[in-house]
Design a binder for this molecule. Sequence first.
Ligand code: GDD
Ligand code: MG
Length: 421
Amino acid sequence: MRIEIPREFERLGAVRVYGLQKVYELDAGPEAVTADRDDAVVRSLSSESIYEVQRQMAIVVPVRSERLKLIEGVLVGIPNPCLVIVVSNSPREPTDRFFLEQESIENFCRFTRKQVLIVHQKDPVVAAAFAAGGYGDLLDDAGLVRNGKAEGMMIGTVLARMMGRRYVGFVDADNYFPGAVAEYVREYAAGFLMHGADHTVVRISWHSKPKIVEQSLYFAKWGRSSRRCNRAINQLLSHFTGFETEIVKTGNAGEHALSLDLAMSMRYATGYAVEPYHFVDLLEEYGGIVPSEHGDMRRLVRVCQIESRNPHLHADKGDAHVADMIIGSLATIFHSRLCPGWLQDEILTELRRDGFLKEGQSIAPVRVYPSLGQLDVDRFAAVAQEVVERSVGARFFNAGTPAAPAAVRVPALEVPAGPDA
Ligand code: GDD
Ligand code: MG
């Protein structure tokens, strides 16, 4: 991959947010270009080095009631070396959609020998594993993992850790273009290669989102939610640096990846508020503004933002869904310990003016889960092992799987006849 070297960054304490990096070639060939000059503006990363990072990466695909064809397309796009972890919260009745998902994924794995784990968010064994690990916060009154995309991502993150991966990335299951998914995962790897394997976040800013406007294709740049979310996070940053900035372009980026060490130390906001809250959490814990509970101020945290080249097309979930997302994402900033009064006023005025809140109505805080560092992963793994073993895709794990920690037994290879057998 040939990719721009970021020209600028904003720094707050130990957090560095780098400017958007453009991609110039999706595949720059097998050779690493060693002669990067001091004045180089682009860097070329060999396909081998990208592949090497992907071998240590898990890609988590959160799913709730998506069409099977879309889920399969997403799996098609994820490069083979990655471990895929599908976390589904699809209903099991009246139709057992999870059964259909498992069947379709098993079939897919048979043809591709891809390493895919599929787990259900409401599996009582998953809940028992969190309870055993001393992390009951994720469980509801019925003792099962709560609903929400973030909650699914957290299950995926801990499974990735248990399976011995070094990086975890996320891709939504409702993406219409497998090629876009393949590109995101390459860019995750490129981000870690350029910014370092530890304490790095890689976030994708979609190049465009195609829409039909008056019977013509229009490639919109910013979504309704991302526009507002980016502005508020930039205002928060500007407030502390004293310099107005537009550096944040990925405030609510669903497509992102983290070093596992960082992912395991962060706090998470529920549902769709999870991505903007990443910024809030990093600034609170590593920004050096308020006393930090978990962040190690001696570690630099790098937020890398990459602009993808494929257009992003996903399922349309309707206006009410976007409104919830807008309120949830701005709520994370509004309720941050860092948010100054003037920004709170501005957020409130904006939400009331645009009809997301009624006059006099305030912004409800969103649920925030404590740092995943509080989870005892070994105890979690001892219980969750069963989920891994009975996952349909586990039968196709092959010998190329990187060594998992001793506590985890990866099921032996057992490949039934496929088209190329
Ligand atoms: N496991 C699980 N559990 N997955 C879920 C749940 C849940 O409760 N709810 C939704 N998902 C899955 C969906 O099936 C989809 O694959 C993914 O999470 C994203 O959900 P969408 O409903 O498609 O969200 P969106 O497209 O409106 O928003 C996406 O983009 C935003 C940025 O524009 C999300 O990734 C947001 O988090 C992101 O901020
Ligand atoms: Mg979507």
